[in-house]
Design a protein around this ligand. Structure first.
Ligand code: 5GP
Ligand code: MG
Length: 186
């Protein structure tokens, strides 16, 4: 698996440091002095946001529930989104709740455009968005996101939850793959 890596774009140590900054900001925004009992619902978009969300929420000293949504946009060996589709959800009751949506990467924006209105329709009191990565492409840059971890070039990345053909999610760093690995599996 490690022989397939082309280069490390963001190391696990950089991710940890940035998560600390992001969670400080999120905590400041959510723990309002006049609302000491405020709580939120965290909604990670599975499968990609699983690892990021696990690290993120352990740094958030906010009362929270967790709802799950599975969205597929890069099925199998595709390197560009094939259109986002909700594959399943365990949101429980989010009516009247402040939701923080957590996803791995903002690329075409299709996932956010699909999921944010859904959550609002289900009665969420507010929906904020938190993405680990945002690609340098107009569709991603022009979308409103509340929290972004890193801006990255418009390249296909894996690791730290992100997959290629469902592999590489367990790599601790965000990396690119050697072109021949992608060519071989495609
Ligand atoms: P969007 O809906 O913004 O086009 O894309 C969001 C989803 O596409 C992400 O949650 C992720 O699952 C997938 N995706 C987008 N870019 C990449 C990438 O560079 N690598 C991987 N592994 N998945 C990506
Ligand atoms: Mg995803």
């Amino acid at each position: 698996m490690h022989l397939d890596i082309d280069r490390v774009l963001i190391s696990q140590y950089q991710i940890m440091a940035r998560i600390k900054e992001m969670t400080d900001q999120i905590t400041r925004d959510h723990l309002l002095p006049n609302e000491p009992d405020s709580e939120i619902t965290i909604v990670p978009i599975l499968t990609g946001a699983m690892i990021f969300c696990g690290d993120l929420i352990r740094q958030l000293p906010i009362k929270m529930k967790i709802g799950l949504m599975t969205v597929s946009s890069y099925p199998g060996q595709s390197l560009r989104t094939q259109g986002s589709q909700v594959m399943g959800q365990q949101l429980k009751d989010i009516h009247g709740r402040h939701v923080l949506l957590v996803d791995d990467i903002l690329d075409s924006g299709g996932t956010l455009k699909l999921v944010v209105p859904m959550l609002k329709e289900l009665g969420a009191a507010s929906v904020k968005t938190c993405m680990l990565l945002r690609k340098d492409r107009p569709a991603a840059k022009s979308m409103h996101v509340d929290y972004v971890g890193f801006e990255i070039p418009d390249e296909f990345v894996v690791g730290y939850g992100l997959d290629y053909n469902d592999y590489y999610r367990n790599l601790p760093d965000i990396v690119t793959l050697k072109p021949e690995v992608i060519a071989k599996q495609a």
